[in-house]
Every structure is written in structure tokens, then in C-alpha cells.
Design a protein around this ligand. Sequence first.
Ligand code: ADP
Ligand code: MG
Length: 256
Amino acid sequence: MTMLLELEGVTKRFGGLTALDGVALDVRAGEVRGLIGPNGSGKSTLFHVASGVHRADGGRIVFAGEPILGRSSDAIARLGLARTFQDIQLFYDMTVLENAMVGCHRLSRAGALAAMLRPPWVAAEERMIRERAREALAFVGLVDLAAERARSIPYGHQRLLEIARALAAEPRLMLLDEPAAGMNPTETRALMHHIARLVDRGVTVFLVEHNMKMVMDICQRITVLNYGKVIASGTPAEVQADAGVVEAYLGGVAAG
Ligand code: ADP
Ligand code: MG
């Protein structure tokens, strides 16, 4: 069993607030792992420290066998970690295709100077990036919208575009932060189908989601955070039966 992402004693503070408090977890290659917990429990912060957006204050984070705490988000992306954001982050005035191409551009060899001078290998790389971006758009069913401005496509499609952009980088691990937020039931079903297909193609998925049916249906294992601490980890059935989890989270979700 290969561990793709391992966290040990990971702590992140914002001033006096401890957003992550000694978090330990491991994501196995090939699984769909869920991360759930009340609002403010540290789920997005965990994705930020794993992807290098924020630097953890302590602990150990290993991705694909490499210690990554302190590395830049670009360096971590090059190791094969891609992500989406809870608040969609697209270039709204660029086209759908251009947004997907951004996913591979950050991995490309061409720096600003090469992009300006355009030696032949830059043009070849650009063609390759365009192809990969189109393939990623096709994967989520957006290729017909490639020429549209990102701002002009429906919200659910913008969420899928973020996934396509992440996929265009050909990652080993994809972190999805509330991908179904704002989606209608039909869009959510399509999203679940795409996530299953990601796994078929060898991408491991680590998912934050409030849609409990979705989490319980597609995740092999679920980790539960509360006030920055892991309070449970296990199969959907184990987590649903955990009294601490029901009290901290599931009871509230059911009631609300
Ligand atoms: P979740 O994604 O589980 O809703 P977050 O990880 O966004 O939770 O936030 C965890 C805690 O950290 C919250 O109390 C939040 O207010 C705080 N927090 C998150 N980001 C910052 C930041 N950049 N500066 C200060 N506090 C933050
Ligand atoms: Mg969040």
C-alpha cells in the first residue's frame, strides 16, 4: 500500500488561533479520501499547507516520498499535486481553454524570457500544453465551451473548469475543496461520475465536501476534523457510527 500524502503532527497558527493542531493522516495512492468537519475546523487550511499555499508551523508533510513542508506551491505542483479552491479561482476574462492551459503552464520549462524569444521548443511545448488542456476539458465535458470567456459559463461549469485545470497538470493527487458547493443535483451527480473516472485514470482524490451523500458514496475512507484536530478516521460506516463525530458534526448537519 503506497502512501501518497502523509501528515504528522502538523500545526498551523493564525495569530492566537490554532487552525491545525497536531494533525496526522495519510492518503493512500488510488483512494478517494474524504475530509469533513464543521465550518472553521481547518479543512481548507489543511489543503493550503499540503499544497504550499500556507506554510505549516510544525510537523512533517511528505508527498510522493518527499518532505514538502517549506517548499513553494509550484515545487509541490511539479511533484504531482494539483488542487481546486473553495472559492473558485479562475481568470474570468480569459477563455475556458486558456484557463485550462494555466494548469500545465506552471509546470512548463519556458520562463518569461523564452516565452518572449520563442525558440522552436517553446512553440512545441505550447502545442503540447494546448492538447493536454483540451483533453482535460473533454474529460469534464467542457471542450465545446473552450472558446468562451470563463465568466460567461454557468457556475457549475466554472467548478468543473477548475478541475480540468488541475487535471491538465497530470497530477498524482488532486485536492478538491468543496467541489459540489453551489451545484444542483444533476451537476453533483456528473461531478461524482468525473471523480470516479479520475481514480480510474490513476489520480488519487482528497476531497472536502459538505454533501454527506456524496462523501459517503464515493470515499473509501473519511477523516473528520474538529477545531483543528482529527477526531475520527475510518470507513464511511465507521465514521457515521462514531459518537464524537455525530455530536461534533453529523448531528448538526442532519438537524440543519
Ligand atoms: P474550514 O475550511 O474547515 O471551514 P478553515 O481552514 O478555512 O476552515 O479555517 C480554520 C480556522 O482558521 C477558522 O477559524 C478560520 O477563521 C481561521 N483562518 C483560516 N485562514 C485564516 C487566515 N488566513 N488568517 C486568519 N485566520 C484564518
Ligand atoms: Mg473551507
